[in-house]
Write a protein that binds this ligand. Sequence first.
Ligand code: AMP
Length: 277
Amino acid sequence: MKVIETIDVMRRVRWELAEPVGFVPTMGYFHEGHLSLVRRARAENPSVVVSIFVNPTQFGPQEDFDSYPRDPQRDLALLEKGKTDVVFMPSVAEMYPPQFNGWVEVGKVAERLEGASRPGHFRGVATVVALLFDIIQPDKAYFGQKDAQQVLVIKQMVVDRNLSVEIVAVPTVREPDGLAMSSRNTYLNPQERRAATVLYKSLTLAQQLWAQGEKNAEHLRQEMLALIQKQPLADIDYVSIADAETLDELDAVKSPALVSLAVKIGTTRLIDNIVLG
Ligand code: AMP
């Protein structure tokens, strides 16, 4: 496994790799969610490149960039075990030199939900993924359905820039009690960890009501809100039932619908989603 820190070397090594090249962009601090993306890439491509880069431009000024959990040595050991070919681990200065001006703007799909709550977040995501795609030139790139809106933003960016990379969305990996795996789960104390199960419980409730015939999206939102509000440690940012492609909020549920939510548990902001239909 090659570990590369500079863009020049990464560009050179890329052309020595057997094709197709599968690419998994990450911010590190791996859990089974990340590893499922790597396994999928490994199964579908003769070459696998994984990037580990905590991208400062996708964090807001009041967010957790400095305290974001990092453990590169453990991550590298896990990637070695997972038979990754190349790990790209650039510094912030390597990716964003002082004269940097290559911002990538994404339109409507980036404006709502996470985009509304975290201004500039998707500009940072689209920018860093565009930079990484340009350096690594992957044939396929793997993203978690856990960040459903991110998948839509990246797909839009690929269309806008006429890139030939295929975007693969990989199902969300959950803890046994349903909590979606996330590097940020490590911020939760034991009491908050128990409270955090309310996210998936509310998604499952919507799924059940929908399966029983409830097609009124507002009723589903209200049922989810009522369930979450019973949890004293939970502070709701949004609960959404939207068209899974456009993210337009729905009145009547039509499939595929994306049911998504963001909830603060204590000081930790968690997101999750499921697709109906
Ligand atoms: P991150 O390191 O948080 O930027 O995540 C890197 C990639 O892993 C992104 O494509 C995420 O959507 C994906 N990911 C994060 N958590 C999960 C999970 N629980 N299941 C599947 N994929 C995930």
